[in-house]
Design a protein around this ligand. Sequence first.
Ligand code: KG4
Ligand code: ZN
Length: 362
Amino acid sequence: MTKIWYNASAMKILGIETSCDETGASIVEDGVQIISNSLASSIAIQREWGGVVPERAAREQIKAMIPVICESVKNPRDIDAIAVTIGPGLIGSLLVGVETAKTLAYVWNKPIVPVNHLVGHIYGCWLNPTSITKNLELRTEKKNSDRNINSPEFSAVVLLVSGGHTELILMKDHGKFKLLGTTRDDAAGEAFDKTARLLGLSYPGGPAISAAAEKFTIYNLQFTIKLPRPMIDDDSFDFSFSGLKTAVLREVQKQKNLAGGFVTAMAYEIQESITDVLIKKTMRTVKQFLPKSLLVCGGVAANKKLREKFEEEMKNYSDIKLFFPPVEYCTDNAATIASAAFFNYSPIPWQKVNADPSLEIR
Ligand code: KG4
Ligand code: ZN
């Protein structure tokens, strides 16, 4: 009996995400429980080119979109609404998802909710980290009662760190955001990507730098590298990472060749520099606003060192809860988009849904 009530009352939203190089479709129930999640990435092509080539990304997404949706949606009757990323992002890529979502909304007669990709990243912090429940029959009353126990409370300070954005946000309620600070040049993820490239590491740079830094031992101390921590003591909540890239370039130019020991030492110091700045600025924000929750999200939130440093810092604030999305839902995916749509449910006619590559958070 419980099972029937549970399934009938829950709202299942299909999220569609194509803002950059990923093609994602995911069904999320009541904004927290991931029912299905499919993601196709053109990462092999991006690696070959050292980054995302917009036209190539969009072409791959056109091929992947329908198979990815078919993998996530077994029957259109399983979903109550469709959510789609409308921006920010690459226009060609966004159009693939937006036009597909509009077509499905029309053909399946479902409400459609436009979602800001950045807001989606934030709602990664609401996703239930337990594994995907593929079989509806397997879900139990216990899972239902578990949900939301650990959901963020408001107000929340948000650090959103991705390949294109580095933002400190005050979130007073669902959908109520105040931008406190942003990067004046490169984003944190971009800093990882660009410095990794200078070191000859693969794309995307964040995971590559993190893996290289893990090999750091005292033997690497022969390379005495000290990189700057840009704007770390600046009074504003803004960031700047382009100076770091220049500093890395200067160190690389001093080397005759990129020996493994040097790359390891450099990767370690880059990760320390970026994470030190992110931590110090965010903690200043936390001290000033004393929120109920701190949310750290976006691709860079997958970084292990960043997570460890935040856990350590937050030991001094036992009444403020710290949230990260599950690691695999930090980088772009469609579950975050479905979750954002649930908590900010405002469908509009499909004819009015349009891609907006320069959408901001507000
Ligand atoms: O959120 P995301 O998937 O895409 C954007 O919306 O930009 O973030 C991608 C960024 C890339 O710059 C990538 O290098 C970075 O997230 N990233 C990481 C890690 N995993 C991904 N940075 C540091 N450590 C990681 N483990
Ligand atoms: Zn993203």
